[in-house]
Ligand binder design. Structure first.
Ligand code: NDP
Ligand code: 2IT
Length: 431
């Protein structure tokens, strides 16, 4: 595959390299898949628009808005919206491409999409975020719908933003179908969606630890990077299972708490007050050290859950984790490890799970939110959580069995990619 044509889209190029360098010869040389190997990198549709919004002083601003409808062979376009100042087409194509295969892995009927804006929600008032969300949806609403394209959250888009976006969607379209997931409960959201990605990556890790190393979370020192939606609920479930989360970060700082980070304290700081992670030190009596954001991977741990953003963990960080005795790295974020880092883990028999497999719990429960809407049902937290556990177990089994069949048991990149590529390709051929 010639990646050079994407030299101006380095993030997307990295996603293509991860996929195509992992495909088995039996897939790459199969004439049945020849045309698909050539065309799958092209999104079906890229929608771009200007988002014109007004701040609290009455000043006008314009941001870029995007929706990439990548592939709907496996069902309705599905994937989150990201609001972050770094957002561009290359990053969204990486995320949209990953989403195609992730969504197939969930076993639910969903195609792949992604979208967002370079709008920076940091330091904006609720009213400014609301103005932005309404302006964004004014442009996007004609392109989405429960049987067409169903966005959800991602970095910078949580319950508050989805509320504004959904209310705007209803106002502009006159419809109240399930055209967004991750909705607050009063707007028809699903129980356990908030927890789903973080819980899901922990369920995946639990199965992998048992299968590869015949061990569990009890007594393990764990690093969870980030401190947003995915990281918080990963911490919660790791602690439920007997592990201790000793470090987390945001883009400014790392907190190192050798006796463990308290879930409710960090949740309230980040979710309720939108505070910065270094403030945690003043909220607890325990010993807490505040370090630089990048220092997180220098801390000695047994398990690592990168849950912040793409390429946060590079080869140098991987070497340090391995030297420090880390036995498992489970991606909660999308492509947080560089391919060089991931290959180092695999070569050293550190369990490594690619995000498209281990963070699929979020979009899986989004799929269950759509299912509940279509059936006119409301499932209990326990029901959804049980279905999530089952889905994560199935994802692990399919990836692990494929890796083993290909003679590379520790290579879950191969496991996930070969399983999902063939599955998506067959859907495309049968469309
Ligand atoms: P949030 O916006 O809730 O949190 C993002 C966290 O990552 C924040 O702590 C943020 O810190 C940190 N972060 C962002 N950029 C950087 C950076 N450049 N360096 C260090 N830290 C950074 O997002 P989510 O928790 O929802 O998403 C986290 C990851 O998980 C993303 O990769 C996302 O694509 C992925 N994901 C999310 C799912 C979901 O359902 N939400 C589902 C599956 C995957 P700061 O506040 O300083 O920016
Ligand atoms: O990366 C992801 O899977 C998400 N941000 C969740 C997408 C969704 O549609 O729930």
């Amino acid at each position: 595959m010639d990646y050079s044509k994407y030299k101006d889209q380095p993030e997307f190029q990295a996603a293509l390299r991860e996929m195509f360098s992992s495909l088995d010869d039996s897939v790459l040389n199969n004439p049945r898949y020849a045309s698909i190997l050539e065309t799958i990198e092209e999104p079906d549709r890229i929608i771009t628009f200007d988002v014109n919004w007004v701040d609290d002083k009455g000043e006008k601003h314009t941001n870029k808005g995007y929706r990439i409808q990548f592939n709907n062979a496996n069902g309705v376009y599905k994937g989150g919206l990201r609001f972050h100042k770094s957002v561009n087409l290359s990053i969204l194509k990486l995320l949209g491409f990953e989403q195609i295969f992730k969504n197939y892995l969930t076993t639910l009927p969903m195609g792949g999409a992604k979208g967002g804006s370079d709008f920076d929600p940091k330091g904006k008032s609720d009213n400014e975020v609301k103005n932005f969300c309404y302006a964004f949806m004014k442009e996007l609403y004609p392109y989405i719908g429960v049987d067409l394209d169903v966005p959800a959250g991602d970095i910078g888009v949580g319950g508050r933003e989805i509320r504004y976006l959904y209310e705007a969607y209803k106002q502009y379209s006159g419809k109240s179908d399930c055209s967004l997931t991750g909705k607050p409960l009063d707007l028809g959201g699903s129980l356990c969606r908030t927890e789903a990605t973080g819980y899901g990556v922990t369920y995946f890790a639990r199965g992998a630890l048992k299968t590869y190393k015949d061990t569990n979370f009890k007594g393990k020192k764990v690093i969870v990077s980030g401190s947003g939606n995915v990281a918080l609920y990963c911490l919660k479930k790791v602690v439920d299972y007997g592990g201790t989360v000793i470090a987390m970060n945001d883009s400014d700082n790392t907190i190192y708490a050798p006796n463990g980070i308290d879930f409710e304290t960090i949740r309230a700081l980040k979710e309720d007050r939108r505070g910065r992670i270094k403030e945690y030190k003043d909220l607890v009596k325990d010993e807490v050290e505040v370090l630089g954001s990048k220092d997180i991977w220098s801390i000695k741990c047994d398990l690592a859950f990168p849950c912040a953003t793409q390429f946060e963990l590079d080869e140098e960080a991987a070497k340090r984790l391995i030297a420090n005795g880390c036995i498992g790295v489970f991606e909660g974020a999308n492509m947080p490890c560089t391919l060089e880092a991931a290959n180092l883990f695999i070569a050293n028999k550190v369990i490594y799970s690619p995000g498209k497999a281990s963070n699929a719990g979020g979009v899986a429960v989004s799929g269950l939110e759509i299912e509940q809407y279509k059936l006119g049902e409301k499932w209990s937290f326990e029901e959804v959580d049980l279905k999530l556990k089952h889905i994560m177990k199935t994802i692990f089994k399919n990836c692990y069995d494929t890796a083993k069949r290909l003679g590379d048991e520790y290579n879950l990149i191969k496991g996930a990619n070969n399983y999902a590529f063939v599955g998506v390709a067959e859907k495309m051929l049968n469309k």
